[in-house]
Design a protein around this ligand. Structure first.
Ligand code: F6P
Length: 341
């Protein structure tokens, strides 16, 4: 019997390091065999697998993306469901699964575990929005990419005396915006947790302009002005019916320009934040998660995900990991906002 690994939901740097950590420890220490499900739950539902031997995972921890592919497939929709998955696992000789994913993936994993399928979870989100772990891998890389981009935006902004607006990821929480914005010395940071009015934003920009500096405004995709009901979305819905976000930076830039008289440009970093080489922090965290996930399968900790607490790897039940967002607390916002304007 083998252990099946899947990566599901949006990709993020470090997924391959999890796979490598799990397969290395699993083959070396526990003499287990592994297969990879292609494209997340799609591979599970369709029984589409690929070999995962020690040779297949050589040198992959520094590679971005996922060698298994990913998708936002819902395993309960279409031809899916518990019976179909059980049938596929029996046919393929797969005893248990390691599911690497975010909130949606873990929610599906919980439903399947409740129905008797043996699954352990590994948390994944660039947004760092899962509350049951101190950090998720991919977040550190995204912050580094965003910080590098903002350093660049600042030199061109300075040269032209322009206001630069940088839009970063962050659907429900503003961790990427907060960290990259602080690191880059942003003059305004806008996050989903804090609704702000446009007068306040323009006042901060004006203060920077009055000092003869070029303002940098960082905005998370999920931010909304106090006059808006929901986050800005103009690209329809994704497979889970969630609005595709993006465009708030482009929306704010002309308003800032009109109100402050300062030429303003917006840049949306988008999926660049999820691509490429993971930082060493993310590689180490992801490798440790992969190794701990294999321990969990050996110890039959079904329905639990590995998590980081301080510097230790621990385990949390799916139900305790779901439904609670790791939002930016008020004191972190208050601390950052001292630097605005
Ligand atoms: O959930 C992570 C995330 O990167 C969000 O910040 C963003 O809204 C979403 O995924 C984008 O998803 P997709 O890759 O499907 O465009």
């Amino acid at each position: 019997m083998s252990i099946g690994i899947l990566t599901s939901g949006g990709d993020c740097p470090g997924l391959n390091a999890v796979i490598r950590g799990a397969v290395l420890k699993g083959t070396k220490i526990y003499k287990q065999e592994f297969v990879g499900f292609r494209d997340g739950w799609r591979g599970v539902v369709q029984g589409d697998v690929m070999p995962l031997t020690r040779k297949d995972i050589q040198g992959i921890s520094k590679q971005g993306g996922t060698i298994l592919g990913t998708s936002r497939t819902n395993p309960f929709e279409g031809d899916g469901g518990v019976e179909k998955i059980r049938e596929n696992m029996d046919r393929l000789g797969i005893d248990s699964m390691i599911a690497i994913g975010g909130e949606g993936t873990l929610a599906a994993a919980k439903r399947l575990t409740d129905a008797g399928i043996k699954i352990v979870g590994v948390p994944k989100t660039v947004d760092n929005d899962l509350s049951a772990t101190d950090y998720t891998f991919g977040f550190d890389t995204a912050v580094q990419i965003a910080t590098d981009a903002m350093d660049r935006l600042r030199t061109t902004g300075d040269s032209h005396g322009r206001c630069m607006v940088a839009e970063v990821m962050g659907r429900h929480v503003g961790w990427i915006a907060l960290h990259s914005g602080m690191a880059a010395g942003a003059h305004v940071i806008l996050i989903p947790e804090q609704k702000i009015n446009i007068d306040q934003i323009c006042e901060w920009v004006q203060q920077v302009k009055d000092r003869g500096r070029a303002p940098l405004v960082v905005v998370a995709e999920g931010f909304s002005l106090d006059s808006m009901e929901d986050a800005h979305s103009e690209r329809g819905l994704d497979a889970f019916g969630r609005p595709r976000l993006g465009g708030i930076g482009e929306m704010l830039a002309p308003i800032i320009e009109e109100r402050t008289g300062l030429e303003t440009r917006a840049t949306t970093l988008g999926h660049i934040q999820r691509g490429g080489t993971p930082t060493s922090f993310d590689r180490v965290l992801a490798t440790r998660y992969g190794m701990a996930a294999v321990d969990s399968t050996i110890h039959e900790r079904w329905g639990r995900m590995v998590s980081l607490s301080g510097t230790s790897i621990t385990h949390v039940a799916f139900e305790d990991a779901l439904g609670k967002l790791n939002t930016v607390p008020q004191d972190r916002w208050d601390e950052a906002s001292i630097l605005f304007g």
